[in-house]
Design a protein around this ligand. Structure first.
Ligand SMILES: [Fe+2]
Ligand SMILES: [Fe+2]
Length: 332
């Protein structure tokens, strides 16, 4: 019992490190302090300090301890640990020691980094890296759908960034998809939806920053540079050989509105996934501070969208509003 308590206390302050993670560190130089559990004193003591050069024998010993579940890292080193996982996101799927909230943080951070690269260079090799991470995240969520709530709780508010906006749109879009699809959704559909939500605004990365950062009303010729961004995102997706329905619908339709007041087609004929993306996109945009508008609290933004029922599909905006009102999800 005493040992049990002691181990529980240790788990609050330390991660037990898995062999997959250990193997991903530089072989001889651990990037953070390592601790070993000493049974007789029921305490953790230093095994190696950050940056120590280990001998072959120590490396062998380290792996043996790890295999026996006796090797730990301090939660105080979480920034280093998570930075490491951010770069090798698939580790998140095999590490049971990371708390669910920490895992969501790491996924979000990894996706944002990959998206930043992708928006700078929307070409196949950069996309492949984003794709890899996106598939880790969909696997992570698919395995336990409740994990999505941790992503919603961490939706980015405050200053606008296209990468953060895109990850917000992903989190809310996937949640809406799982909430509102009555029939079974296949894993393939889920994955394609995730990619489409992440890439819905790729076209915005081509709009000059001096236009997106403007705090004064846009001139006609400036607005003309923004209006085609859905078409541009669609074109980029085709160039990357991503011709599936969800991608076409998310990119082309996310600014279309039910009453035909949207753009670029001004069509009223919008697919279900296009309508879903429109709600996820508009809501995500409202949470962030934009040059022309302050950030809105989640509940206020959801109310506004649900009230705009001639523009946004109430099936989605209503689901979001009632989940927020009943506290079944929380944000910020
Ligand atoms: Fe957009
Ligand atoms: Fe958007």
């Amino acid at each position: 019992m005493a040992q049990q308590q002691s181990l529980e206390k240790i788990a609050e302050e330390y991660y037990q490190i898995s062999s997959n993670i250990l193997s991903s560190f530089p072989k001889y130089r651990p990037p953070l302090d390592l601790f070993v559990y000493k049974e007789p004193i029921r305490q953790l003591v230093h095994f190696a300090k950050k940056g120590d050069r280990l001998s072959n024998e120590q490396v062998e010993e380290m792996h043996r301890l790890c295999g026996e579940g006796d090797l730990f890292v301090s939660r105080a080193d979480h920034p280093i640990y998570s930075q490491h996982i951010v770069k090798q996101l698939d580790l998140i799927l095999v590490d049971n020691n990371i708390k669910p909230g920490e895992a969501a943080d790491i996924c979000i951070q990894a996706l944002q980094l990959r998206l930043q690269d992708f928006f700078e260079q929307p070409v196949r090799p950069v996309y492949e890296q984003l794709y890899e991470n996106a598939m880790v995240v969909t696997e992570f969520i698919w395995t336990d759908k409740h994990r999505l709530k941790n992503f919603l709780r961490r939706m980015h508010t405050g200053d606008h960034s296209l990468a953060a906006h895109s990850v917000n749109t992903l989190s809310l879009g996937l949640w809406l998809l799982l909430q509102t699809r009555k029939d079974e959704i296949s894993r393939k559909e889920f994955d394609q939806a995730a990619l489409a939500l992440l890439l819905h605004d790729t076209g915005m990365s081509k709009v000059p920053a001096f236009i997106t950062a403007k705090t004064t009303p846009l001139k006609v010729e400036e607005r003309d540079k923004i209006t085609p961004h859905p078409l541009l995102a669609h074109k980029i997706a085709l160039k990357l050989d991503l011709p599936f329905d969800a991608m076409r619908q998310a990119t082309l339709e996310h600014h279309e509105r039910l009453d035909g007041s949207g753009y670029p087609q001004k069509t009223k004929d919008i697919s279900a996934f296009g309508r879903l993306t429109a709600v996820a996109d508009a809501f995500s945009a409202m949470l962030q501070k934009r040059p022309y508008a302050p950030a809105k609290p989640p509940l206020e933004a959801a109310k506004e969208l649900a009230a705009a029922r001639t523009q946004f599909d109430l099936a989605y905006s209503g689901a979001l509003l009632s989940a927020l009102l009943s506290n079944s999800i929380s944000m910020g």
